[in-house]
Design a binder for this molecule. Sequence first.
Ligand code: TTP
Length: 212
Amino acid sequence: MDIITKSSPRVVLASGSPRRLELMQRLGFEPLVYKSDIEEIPRAGESPEAYTLRLAREKGEAVADALADTPELPGWVLSADTIVTLDGDVLEKPGDEADACAMLARLSGTRHEVITAYCWTWRAPGQPVEARISKAVAVRADVWMRELSEENIRRYVASGEPMDKAGSYGIQDLGSTFVRRIEGSYFCVVGLPVCEVVETLEELGGLKGFPL
Ligand SMILES: Cc1cn([C@H]2C[C@H](O)[C@@H](COP(=O)(O)OP(=O)(O)OP(=O)(O)O)O2)c(=O)[nH]c1=O
């Protein structure tokens, strides 16, 4: 059932992340969800921030292009990408449990950085791809993680929680017991910095008609 009426503005969420959907729903948006299948591979010499910005943009543009000229658009497409960085290395979602254990052992007792880039994309029906509008923004937060024992890591990985999360932890659930302090946006760490996301939509003139 399509719960969005023809007269209401639409947001398409180009993300398979249940956290991002829940955050948008909590704000009163009722996004249509389409997951992109963009490959997440850093390019040689690409900074962590440039990498997240590129992925956020590519995810949104892929979905906007796929939906162009379908009844799902026009509408603003929101996409995002979250990474953890430590000593210049990018930590993404773990490949398997051993990878998750290794990431958590590395993050134990550190101050590290989380970067979430998001992108708003607009593609009007019948318009060529060059007429597409997109704006990508990166938001950063520092996270201080307490020292983790091997037992902490083993039990946490056995819970399954780390497996779909950048850096192998989720600050919003069991992983909260590992985080002593953060500086910056909490929602950047969770994967969608809602203050900036809504601010950008407002700047783009796309907020009219939404509940905010
Ligand atoms: C650090 C951290 C990450 N995460 C999540 C947010 C993202 O969903 C995920 C990082 O992976 P992403 O590649 O950013 O997103 P995704 O694969 O979940 O979804 P999509 O690419 O379709 O948009 O890690 C948390 O939920 N909590 C945390 O504390």
